[in-house]
Structures are given as structure tokens and as C-alpha cells.
Design a protein around this ligand. Structure first.
Ligand SMILES: Nc1ncnc2c1ncn2[C@@H]1O[C@H](COP(=O)(O)OP(=O)(O)OP(=O)(O)O)[C@@H](O)[C@H]1O
Length: 753
């Protein structure tokens, strides 16, 4: 009996951090159910104390069937009931019953006929179901998000179970379920769910890849859809957002700071060229850093085989970078392919500098000249680093981290330094759409160990606003081994829990590091104080988190479906540089919320509870608490409509980034790409629609339309494929796409990953 009345939510998947309150709640349920039986036998109403929060308590059924009325909200009601519960022993109750009805002493109680009882139960449940429907309080939660379930039940919501939950019970008939249904048990949950089945859910917590059900009622749904080019929860999409971010940069409000990255997984030659250029520039800076950090005498030898031209080349390259950074304009973004002479020069430099950096090869110059080179190296590096703060994170190894574009949990991640290796790796794994990111060689270390910070962000969308919420609590994740650049294994360099849980902590680690490799924010604040960091250090770092996240969201809005009531919770990973400045590493749309340690067992349920406060409570009551979520930024997207209610548009011509674009193969895929580029938008996701030449007599236009704000509005209530529809403002006829192409486009822009 005890087992059967325990809701599965409470009994399944326990671990050592399981909340004992749940256990107590389930015991209360069981006692409650037994109490009901006793009350029925004694023909007295059950004391109201256990259902005084029940929405049914005022109904005619409440007195007799209060226990049933608890329904699936009983988890919540009984937890509240627990606080109001007046211990009333069974013997007291029976004594009261006897006093109220002396006949019960002599006459055996006549329990209600089973059929009549079932009918009444059914009626009670139906009333609750209809009530829940009218109040938009039906929810569905996929997966083990019991905190979300409980939070909603506590608010009087009823659960429509996914087919996979209690599958065995779901195959039973309603009648059979009613036989066993007791307050808060699985039978009751299933019977209510069966009754509710043909009603839509108004709150859906689902996986990212799952189909969006019940869209017609605009449910609160934990998924915000956007095109894959700007889906920042994938690595490829984050690169897209970083490209767009420059349009949204504002001091103190938003701005991204991230390692440089490139999408090498696709066929984009421009991006490949840009990466190679960056790699060579980084090599030049690495060499200068090497020269700066070594004693001149250590680097020279009469028998050395490295000539001074290598250093001249590196200095020249960095000087050019300084000029470029000082006078950067969009026109400078054009990449010119190198001449043959430059290619040879580059090759020689790469070979010689690699010899120096990897094998400490010596220069064949005098100490005096070397000293002068070291001075110049320091000077040029200071100049470029003051213009490009992210260069301060680079060391002298020219290391890059390669990540599959759409995977997580550290799968497929490798660290490489050779250009050939990097290019080879990405072309050998084309299907994984690798991105390459500059490896942060100089992160902030704690007790010589690398760490990153998991920060939560919540995005909510109403009919007019997009709100970005950041969580005031977070936690740190440490590596199990000490940091070293001489060993590039993942156990040293990847600090995410999914990787580190596979390794044992190195025995010679600093004993002040946590055994479970996690620190709470409070522990980190203590460490900061201990290290003598100034008072405002943490708030500066946290503001940096906010600015990064606001920038990413702003950059993605163009390609986001702004559906009312959509929301999404993200786990965002940051590293810190040596001055406590945040560096955005990645954003997960399905963060791991399992209680893997004491730290996550505390923070994860708290995040989920607060998430429900923001999503469910706040729209009804603007003064409702939002827990530790704070509003970082709010965008009123309805202002992008003109006075006539139509979206505003900006027209312009797409610029060419790469002069003399190498020819693309004319494969079917390339043809499709061309069609997309010509008809809809470019691969940069900037909504640049190249408009076809007008067929009208003398009017020859070749304008590309940038409808950056348009999509924000048109996408509401329609899929992104809607942007393929001809617009009334577009005077130029569009080429009609065949159904297969249209379908491909729709998939490309809307398919969940
Ligand atoms: N550019 C970088 N420089 C230095 N370290 C990095 C860099 N990028 C990632 N890392 C390290 O690698 C770890 C995994 O990276 P990332 O989070 O991008 O991969 P993932 O597969 O998405 O992991 P998860 O899904 O578990 O977050 C990070 O926690 C961080 O410690």
C-alpha cells in the first residue's frame, strides 16, 4: 500500500542528494489516504486541515471527497498541508466520530456502493479537469523535471502525462484506475491525465528536438526557435551571433567577449581564408611573445639556423595588424588572396617560427640585436593588445580548440596547434561541422587549476517584449588535474562536468580545491577576498556576464520566432581572464540540471522554481517575486513596426567580403545554396535578400534588401519559411521556388537541431 500510493515522481531515480521533504510528503499522502478510508467507514467528513488549500474545498464535494479533490495537485497541496497539518490521532478521530454518530458504535458502517463511489470520484475529477482547462492550468512535462511538476501542482495545475510516463497504468481502463485512485497516487494522476487528454496543455516543458504541440493555445513552452545560423545554443550559431554582435554593441549594456572562432565545417572558403590569416597573425604574435619572455642570450647561438628575417616578418605582420585595428572599417574586411611571393614568404616564416616555438631553435644574431628585437616585440605587443584585449588571452603556443558544431558534453573536442592538423581534422570530419576557436592559453587559474563558471539565463517572450533574465547565483567547475600547457589531454583542459566526472582527482592537487570539483558562488567570493581582489570584482564580472548574454540574444533576435509565452532556460559557460573579465565559451539550451553534487543539488531545483515564478507567476502578478532571476534587459520588439503596423525595412547592397571568389562546384547542393543566397538570405544570416533585376522596361536595379527588423514581426505566428513569401513592399517579382526547394528551405530555417 505504501508503495502504490507513493507518486513515482517521488520514488524514481533517487540519489544521495534526494530531498527528504519529498519522502515526508509522500508519507503524508499515504496517511491521508488511509484517513479517508477510516473517515468513510465512520461516516464523518475528513478534517479539512489536509485540503484547506484545495481549490475544491469550497465545492460540495469537498467535505466528502476532499481527499480525492486533492488530485494531482496533491503534491503541492499536501506540502502546504504539511505546514498546516494538525496532528489528529486516529483514535481521537474515531472518538469524535462515535460522539457525532452514536449508531456507528453498534451498527457496522455501510460503505457507499462501489459504483456510486466511482461515479462521484469521476465527477470530482471531471470538475477539476474542466476547472483547470478554463483557467489554462494544464501542463505537460517531458523528462525528469520533477521540480517543475511540483511547482506547477503547487499552483493548482493538473498534469497531462506524456505517453511514456506510467505507460503501464496508462493502458488501464478509467474504471480500473478509479478502483485504485487515492489522493496523490499514480492511479489518480493517470486517471486525471486520461480525462485531460483531449485538452491542450498550457505549459509544456519539452526537449529541444520535440515537435511543438498545442501551438494554437500559445502555451508557455520552454523552447524558443530560431534559425540555425543564429541559434546561439549551438557552436555554429554562436559564431553567427558573434558576427552580428557588432551592430548591437553598447558600452555598459551589451557586448560580447569571446575567443575568436571560425566555421571550418562548411564549404565557406572566405571563412577558411580568414582563419588561415588569423592563424598566421597569431603565429607572429606568439613569436614576439616568446622573444619578449625569454632572455636574449638564451635565444641566440652562432650555429643557430633562424635568421633575423623571421623576426622582421613577425614585427611587420603585427605592425600591419595595429594599423588595421586602428583604422578598421567594413571595407577592410575584404580579404585579398595572397600573391605567390607572399605565399613563399609566409611558408618560410611558418616553418622557422615553429622551429623556435616548438624546439627552441636559436637565432643567428648578436645579443645586442636580439635585445633590440625583444624591446620592439614588447612595444608592438603592447600596442596591439591595447587595441585587441582578447589577444591578451593568447600565449606563445598558437593553440586552437576544435569543437563539433552541434554536439555537447565535450564529445569530439580536440586541441591542436599545427595549421595542417587543424585543416586536415576539419575536412576529415565534414559531417560534424567543426568550428575552430582560439584556445585561451592564459585563463585565470585557482590554485594552479583551470575552471569555468556555469551561469543561468532565462529568455521570456510576451506579445510585445523579449526579456532577458540572468541568475544571481552560479557555480564553478574545476578540472581534476593541474593546468599545464605541456599536456593537452581533456582531463586538464576541459572543465565541464560531463568530461571531468570520468576522471579521478590528481593526488598532488592543492588540498584547498573541492573534492567534487565544484564551488558555489559564495566560496568563490571568499576566494576573491582571500586573494585581495577589490570589493566590486564580482559585480564587475557578473555585469560582464550580463552584457555578453544581452549581446548574444540581441544579435539573434532577427532570426528568432517571437512567439508569445515562449521561454527558454540556458546554461552559459564562462571562463575568466587573469583580470577577472568574463569570456563567453558557450551556451546550452538543455543544461544539465541533475543534482550531481551538493552544489548542483541546491542550485538546480532553485533555478527551476524561480523559472516558474518568472514564467507563470509574473504575467499574472507584476509584483510577484522572481527569486534570484533579475531582469538584465528588455526589448520592446513591437516598436519595429511602422505607423501602419507594417515592419520597417532597411535597404542596402550586400558587400563582397572576398574579392575574386573561387569558383564553387556546381553540385545540386551548391545550386540550392545559390538559390538561397539569391532568393532569401545569405549564409551570414543577415537577411540580405538579393533582389532579382527588375523586368520593368528601363528600370535596372540590383539592390539587396536587408530586412533585419521585418523578420522579428513576420515570424510571429508563422514559421521562418514565411520570409520566402512575396512581400507586398517588394516591387520586384520573386522567382517561384519548387516545392522541394521550399521544403528544404523551411527545414533549414525551422528544423530543430
Ligand atoms: N576557447 C577555449 N579556451 C580554453 N578552454 C576552452 C575553450 N573552449 C572550451 N574550453 C574548455 O572546454 C570545455 C568544454 O567546452 P564546451 O563547453 O564548448 O564544450 P561542450 O561539448 O559544449 O561541453 P558542455 O556541453 O558540457 O558544456 C569548457 O568547459 C572549457 O573548460
Amino acid at each position: 500500500m505504501t508503495q502504490s500510493t507513493t507518486p513515482t515522481g517521488f520514488s524514481g531515480n533517487r540519489n544521495r542528494y534526494y530531498n527528504p521533504v519529498s519522502k515526508i510528503q509522500s508519507l503524508i499522502h499515504n496517511l491521508d489516504a488511509e484517513l479517508v478510508q477510516l473517515c468513510k467507514q465512520c461516516s464523518v467528513p475528513k478534517p479539512l486541515s489536509s485540503h484547506n488549500n484545495n481549490s475544491m474545498s469550497g465545492s460540495p464535494y469537498a467535505a466528502t471527497f476532499g481527499s480525492l479533490g486533492g488530485g494531482s495537485s496533491s503534491l503541492g497541496t499536501s506540502s502546504m498541508a504539511a505546514s498546516h497539518f494538525r496532528p489528529d490521532s486516529i483514535s481521537n478521530l474515531l472518538a469524535r466520530a462515535r460522539a457525532a454518530n452514536p449508531t456507528t458504535r453498534t451498527t457496522p458502517s455501510s460503505p457507499m456502493a462501489p459504483d456510486a463511489q466511482k461515479r462521484q470520484m469521476r465527477n470530482v475529477y471531471r470538475t477539476r479537469v474542466i476547472d483547470a482547462y478554463r483557467n489554462r492550468r494544464i501542463f505537460t512535462v517531458y523528462g525528469n523535471y520533477h521540480t517543475v511538476r511540483r511547482a506547477l501542482m503547487r499552483r493548482g495545475w493538473l498534469e497531462k502525462l506524456p505517453a511514456s510516463r506510467h505507460a503501464k497504468l496508462q493502458s488501464m481502463s478509467e474504471d480500473a484506475l478509479l478502483d485504485h485512485a487515492r489522493r496523490g497516487n499514480d492511479y489518480e494522476a493517470v486517471v486525471i491525465s486520461k480525462m485531460i487528454n483531449h485538452f491542450p496543455a498550457f505549459f509544456i516543458w519539452q526537449g529541444k528536438g520535440q515537435r511543438d504541440l498545442c501551438a494554437e493555445v500559445r502555451p508557455f513552452r520552454n523552447r524558443v526557435r530560431r534559425s540555425q545560423f543564429l541559434d546561439f545554443s549551438t557552436k555554429v550559431g554562436l559564431v553567427g551571433c558573434a558576427e552580428q554582435e557588432r551592430w548591437y554593441r553598447e558600452d555598459g549594456v551589451c557586448g560580447m567577449s569571446h575567443p575568436r572562432f571560425y566555421r571550418l565545417g562548411g564549404n565557406n572558403l572566405e571563412e577558411r581564408m580568414a582563419f588561415i590569416e588569423d592563424y598566421q597573425q597569431t603565429q607572429a604574435r606568439s613569436l614576439l611573445l616568446y622573444v619578449k619572455e625569454h632572455q636574449p642570450v638564451e635565444m641566440i647561438s652562432e650555429s643557430g639556423n633562424i635568421s633575423s628575417t623571421t623576426l622582421d616578418f613577425a614585427l611587420g605582420k603585427v605592425k600591419k595588424m595595429v594599423r588595421h585595428a586602428e583604422h578598421y572599417s567594413l571595407d577592410d574586411a575584404r580579404i585579398k588572396p595572397p600573391t605567390p611571393a607572399e605565399i613563399v614568404e609566409n611558408q618560410t616564416f611558418m616553418v622557422q617560427s615553429t622551429d623556435v616555438l616548438k624546439s627552441n631553435a636559436k637565432f643567428r644574431i648578436s645579443e645586442k640585436v636580439m635585445t633590440e628585437y625583444a624591446r620592439l616585440a614588447g612595444l608592438y605587443l603592447d600596442q596591439i593588445e591595447s587595441l585587441r584585449p582578447d589577444y591578451r588571452w593568447d600565449g606563445s603556443r598558437n593553440l586552437w580548440i576544435l569543437k563539433p558544431g552541434y554536439q555537447s558534453r565535450g564529445i569530439g573536442i580536440v586541441i591542436r596547434s599545427s595549421l595542417d592538423d587543424i585543416l586536415q581534422w576539419t575536412s576529415n570530419n565534414q559531417n560534424k561541422k567543426y568550428i575552430v576557436q582560439k584556445y585561451i592559453e592564459r585563463p585565470l587559474l585557482i590554485y594552479r587549476t583551470k575552471f569555468d563558471i556555469r551561469q543561468y539565463m532565462l529568455l521570456t517572450i510576451t506579445d510585445t517584449k523579449v526579456s532577458i533574465w540572468t541568475y544571481r547565483d552560479c557555480y564553478l567547475r574545476f578540472s581534476s588535474q593541474e593546468f599545464t600547457m605541456d599536456d593537452l589531454r581533456e582531463c586538464i583542459h576541459l572543465t565541464n562536468n560531463s568530461v571531468q566526472k570520468r576522471y579521478k582527482n590528481k593526488t598532488n592537487r592543492d588540498s584547498r580545491l573541492p573534492k567534487n570539483n565544484m564551488w558555489s558562488l559564495d566560496q568563490f567570493k571568499c576566494y576573491l577576498r582571500h586573494m585581495g581582489a577589490s570589493d566590486g570584482t564580482w559585480s564587475k564580472t557578473y555585469n560582464g556576464f550580463k552584457q555578453n548574454l544581452v549581446a548574444v540574444v540581441m544579435a539573434s533576435l532577427d532570426e528568432t520566432e517571437l512567439l508569445q509565452n515562449a521561454f527558454e532556460l540556458y546554461g552559459c559557460d564562462f571562463m575568466l581572464d587573469e583580470h577577472y573579465n568574463p569570456i563567453l565559451i558557450e551556451i546550452n539550451s538543455t543544461p544539465d540540471l541533475s543534482p550531481s553534487t551538493e552544489i548542483t543539488a541546491r542550485i538546480c531545483p532553485m533555478v527551476l522554481k524561480d523559472c516558474i515564478r518568472v514564467v507563470v507567476d509574473l504575467p499574472k502578478n507584476p509584483t510577484a517575486g522572481t527569486g534570484l532571476f533579475e531582469l538584465a534587459f528588455e526589448v520592446n520588439y513591437s516598436i519595429n513596426k511602422g505607423a501602419d503596423g507594417k515592419p520597417l525595412e532597411l535597404n542596402g547592397k550586400q558587400m563582397t567580403l572576398f574579392e575574386n571568389m573561387p569558383k564553387m562546384r556546381n553540385s545540386p547542393r551548391t545550386r540550392l545554396l545559390r538559390k538561397i543566397l539569391n532568393n532569401v538570405k545569405t549564409s551570414t544570416g543577415k537577411k540580405v535578400e538579393k533582389v532579382k533585376e527588375a523586368q520593368a522596361k528601363n528600370v535596372k536595379t540590383a539592390v539587396a534588401k536587408i530586412s533585419r527588423k521585418k523578420k522579428m514581426v513576420t515570424s510571429v505566428g508563422s514559421s521562418s519559411a514565411a520570409s520566402v513569401q512575396p512581400s507586398s513592399q517588394n516591387l520586384v517579382p520573386k522567382i517561384a521556388l519548387n516545392p522541394t526547394t521550399r521544403e528544404n528551405l523551411a527545414l533549414q530555417y525551422t528544423a530543430p537541431k
